[in-house]
Ligand binder design. Structure first.
Ligand SMILES: *Cc1c(COP(=O)(O)O)cnc(C)c1O
Length: 403
């Protein structure tokens, strides 16, 4: 009898009781909007900003509507001008080039390496050959490139660094938290990220001018001093009337849900890694599977795993392997598919970019890259079953191939 896995890959854990209670309290009060506060009261959204700034160890945090929205206003607040180029990884999620486009910029795609990080040689070459003033590094699927090398390259070429930390909340490079290398950093609190409010975003920075502009952009009207970590009034002097309102605030309900999860983040990251490491060990021991190398400097959060079945070389072989796994309850995503499905995307499917150069290295790596979510509702025995199904089906696929 063939074993079947029957847990959903998209099921999150419940919101902690403290968050539910607080959310209900806020609903009873009717005061869901972040600027609807009584005299002397601090809104839940503002408290979240303080909590997250403290967590990350930075002076400023802005809570807003989504991760993609945070990336958009990060570029605007950092001074992107219409038509300016922005370097970014060729392997990232669609909201990243979308945010650049939304901010009036033009994405310039950088190759990735076989560990799913930005290719530093190509990055350096583009910095030398072009006059790009911005680099939006996307830590796609939680893979951190050498952040010290990136910071050095950016400072040498006077490039403003924006970090997309959608998958690296809780991760660090050489002991320094992801999100503290960039001039601005953006986090997502969308359901599948490391803290969950359905949708939501957090922007962080050390720069008071960037922060003041980001607050104004996010839709603060003249209530900007009601933010949890607002710069001094003086900083807003010119900015307050010169910065368009791109209405994208966070509400108190979502802030309440998130505040209750932040104290659990460190422990949850360890739980993710226990599951990830079990899956990675099992997959690495499976003949014909390549998994990315995780450098010693990287403290990752294994909320998903990527692997490449080396011997499945045609799209048909990969499709039928994915279908065979799906028939046994194991949901794999394929980033190499011609036509993007569900949440997957390949850079050449963003046709609005126009005639982007062909990035063969990235296409080759993605051609057989499979991706699997690791929700915290899974246990170690689930990882054992899931990886044994993958190994079993890969064995069958390889036999079919040679038959
Ligand atoms: C989820 C995600 C985003 C965008 O986050 P949203 O909150 O969904 O807008 C950006 N970059 C990456 C790599 C992501 O995975």
């Amino acid at each position: 009898m063939t074993s079947i896995f029957n847990k959903p890959f998209t099921r999150q854990e419940a919101i902690p009781e403290a968050g539910i209670e607080r959310a209900v309290e806020i609903m009873r009060s009717g005061k869901l909007h972040r600027y609807n506060t009584d005299e002397g009261e601090t809104a839940e959204s503002a408290l979240l900003e303080q909590d997250f700034a403290n967590y990350l160890g930075v002076p400023f945090c802005l809570a807003c509507a989504s991760g993609g929205y945070a990336l958009h206003i990060a570029l605007k607040a950092a001074g992107l001008k219409p038509g300016e180029k922005v370097l970014t990884n060729a392997f990232t999620l669609a909201p990243v080039p979308g945010a650049i486009n939304n901010a009036g910029g033009v994405p310039v795609l950088v190759e990735i390496d076989s560990n799913y990080c930005v290719d530093l040689t190509h990055l350096q070459q583009l910095m030398e050959e072009t006059d790009c003033r911005f680099f939006m590094v996307s830590h796609m699927r939680g893979h951190l490139a050498d952040m010290e090398a990136i910071a050095e390259l950016c400072s040498k070429h006077k490039v403003i660094l924006i970090e997309d930390c959608a998958h690296t909340m809780g991760a660090s490079w050489n002991g320094k938290k992801s999100g503290t290398f960039g001039d601005v950093s953006c986090f997502s609190t969308q359901t599948y990220k490391h803290i969950n409010s359905g949708e939501g975003g957090l922007l962080t920075t050390n720069d008071e001018k960037i922060m003041a502009r980001a607050i104004m952009h996010s839709g603060s009207y003249m209530l900007y001093q009601r933010h949890g970590t607002a710069p001094e009034e003086e900083t807003f002097k010119d900015i307050r009337l010169d910065t368009p309102n791109y209405s994208g605030r966070m509400d108190n309900l979502r802030a309440a849900i998130l505040r209750s999860q932040l104290p659990l983040l460190a422990e949850n990251c360890l739980r993710w890694n226990e599951l990830y490491d079990a899956a990675a060990t099992a997959l690495a021991a499976t003949p014909g599977i390549d998994i990315p190398r995780r450098p010693a400097e990287e403290t990752y959060v294994g909320s998903s795993i990527q692997f490449r079945p080396r011997d499945l070389t045609s799209p048909e072989q990969i499709s039928s392997f994915i279908s065979a796994c799906a028939a046994r309850g194991v949901e794999l995503k394929w980033f190499g598919s011609e036509d993007p499905q569900g949440f997957t995307s390949r850079y050449d499917s963003w046709r609005y970019l126009g005639d982007a150069p062909v990035l063969q290295q990235t296409l080759d790596i993605l051609s057989n890259t499979l991706d699997m979510r690791i929700p915290l509702t899974f246990h170690l025995q689930d990882m054992a079953l899931v990886t044994s199904i993958i190994a079993d089906e890969l064995g069958k696929a390889s036999t079919r191939k040679t038959a």
